[in-house]
Design a protein around this ligand. Sequence first.
Ligand code: ZN
Length: 200
Amino acid sequence: MARMLEAPTYPVADEVVLDPKRTAVVVVDMQNDFVKPTGKLYVPAAQDAVGPIARLLEKARRAGVLIIYTQDLHGEEDPEYHIWGEHVKAGTWGAEIVEELAPQPGDEIVPKPRYDAFYASRMEDVLRVHREVDTLVITGTVTNICVLHTAGSAALRWYRVIVPKDGVAALSEFDQEAALHQIDFLYKGVITTVDAIRFE
Ligand code: ZN
């Protein structure tokens, strides 16, 4: 039987003004296998995050903000398949980023083999090229898995982390709230909403 716990609380900023030159928006793993009902590891809440992420990307593109997509990607065999089953296999429809959030010319796409987008990926190289960036707005799925690991990894490198709660999705409310609490409590990230973010 589930044990009742009080949900952790964290502040939600109602206005976050970011310098477009010093900010990158990171869209974590918004791929068909996670976002679409016929995907292999469907996260229903990810559907609800598509609209807010699209609104954020529109604002970011207008302001000339760097946009980085991460793409979870596995080969024929992968130890993660023993945990989750086969998912986001290279070359399949499931591995593609959803068409509603399709990357545009100039965006960066960072394939990654594990939850943490900084591990064994091009992320550090991309951010080194854009060395003026010191703030990452992190969106996508799954909040307590790849978003949390990526937020933590960014914070350990002293990036300022901003997470709009309507732009991230988890499998349960518990997972969502616990991850947001951790990002606030441990990584000193700012939890906010997409509409509270302004680039200027
Ligand atoms: Zn994976």
